[in-house]
Each structure stands twice: as C-alpha cells, then as structure tokens.
Ligand binder design. Structure first.
Ligand SMILES: CC(C)(COP(=O)(O)OP(=O)(O)OC[C@H]1O[C@@H](n2cnc3c(N)ncnc32)[C@H](O)[C@@H]1OP(=O)(O)O)[C@@H](O)C(=O)NCCC(=O)NCCS
Length: 172
C-alpha cells in the first residue's frame, strides 16, 4: 500500500534524528525551556527544570536510544520530539525562533504516524503547562495533574494519554 505523506506546514520538514543534530537539538531544548517556558514557569523553575547541562555525547546517545524526530524549518533545525517502544513521548521542544508556526504539531503528527506503524495502542507523556494545549489538539487527554520536585523547586505538569486504537470486542 502506498503511504501518502502527511501535509506539513509551509517550510516544515520532519525527518529522523541524526548524530549531526546533537548540538542544534540541545540548543533548541535549552532555549525552549529558558525562553518559551517562561510563559508559564518562573525563572527559578526553568533553571531547576533544565538542570545540569549534559555533554554533547550523552545528549546524542539519549536521542538515539529512542525514536527521535527532527523538524527543519527553512532548512534549519527548529524542533524535535521522540517516542520509545512503549509509546512514551519524552520530549517535544521547539526553538523560540520557530514558535507558533505548527512545528510541534508537525512533530506530533509524525510521532503519531510512527506509533501507529509500530502497532502501539496508546501514547503517554508528561506535558508541561505550555505544551498541554498542543498535546490536547492532537487528541491527548489529561490523566492526572501532578507537581514534581527538582530540589527545592516544584513544577506543575500533567500526565496525558492518547489512545490510538481500542481492542475490538466481538459480540455474538
Ligand atoms: C510547547 C511547544 C513544543 C509548542 O511548539 P510550537 O511549534 O510553538 O507549537 P505549535 O505551533 O504546534 O502550536 C502553538 C501552541 O503552542 C503553545 N505555545 C507556543 N509558544 C508559546 C508561548 N510562547 N507561550 C505560551 N504558549 C505557547 C500554545 O498553546 C500555542 O497555541 P496558540 O498559538 O493557539 O496559543 C513549544 O512552545 C516549546 O518548546 N515550549 C517549551 C518547552 C516545553 O514546554 N516543551 C514540552 C515539554 S513536555
């Protein structure tokens, strides 16, 4: 069966992560938290969230340990997301310079397509308050609201779940 590629916003192209993306995705992660997430968290909270910067090697290894996708906007890395074999979406980060242009949406479309292809029944994530509306627009529902602690600092986030297909019940 021929797969029809999903439409992506103008100029956005989503592709698998490559080791050469390590520096650009780490920068995206850092700036997305220290700039964009400031909309919903304090400066103290974003510092606690970001923690100790990883080495580029450790960062690259972590990205390659799961299926990571990179979004390019006009040929430059604009964001990334991932999904593991159990359907957990750990990361969704978009560079502030590319915000609100549908980059996260395009990444989630790709994650959803890959999850379906892998036969996963559900996707789960822990969404920040900034990302919650984006996940919600992609069919994720809030399972629980929680507060996590990083040292003395607490951060609100929510556990969300997207059911991809439910088990078929046969009735006779
Ligand atoms: C959440 C995030 C990935 C969305 O990326 P994006 O490409 O801008 O998202 P889309 O263009 O697909 O959707 C835009 C929505 O994102 C959210 N958003 C994006 N930028 C935002 C900002 N500066 N302030 C508040 N909300 C913002 C809003 O819900 C926005 O919808 P709206 O424009 O109708 O208000 C991005 O804002 C980000 O990296 N945030 C900081 C890190 C973070 O919280 N990551 C998620 C960890 S679970």
């Amino acid at each position: 069966m021929t797969r029809v590629p999903l439409p992506e916003p103008d100029g956005v192209h989503v592709r698998p992560y490559e080791p050469a993306d390590a520096a650009a995705t780490l920068e995206t992660f850092t700036l997305a938290i220290t700039r964009t997430a400031l909309a919903r968290y304090t400066a103290e909270q974003v510092q606690a969230w970001i923690g100790t910067p990883p080495s580029l090697g450790a960062w690259d290894e972590a990205r390659r340990a799961v299926r990571t996708f990179v979004a390019e906007l006009d040929g430059r890395v604009a964001g990334f997301s991932d999904v593991d074999d159990r359907g957990y979406v750990d990361r969704l980060f978009v560079h502030p310079a590319a915000a609100r242009r549908g980059v996260a949406g395009a990444l989630l479309d790709r994650v959803l397509a890959e999850a379906r292809r892998a036969g996963l029944a559900t996707l789960t994530t822990h969404a920040s308050l900034v990302a919650e509306p984006v996940f919600a627009r992609h069919g994720f529902e809030v399972v629980a609201r929680e507060t996590v602690h990083r040292g003395d600092v607490s951060l609100d986030r929510c556990e969300m779940r997207r059911v991809l297909h439910s088990a078929t019940r046969l009735t006779h």
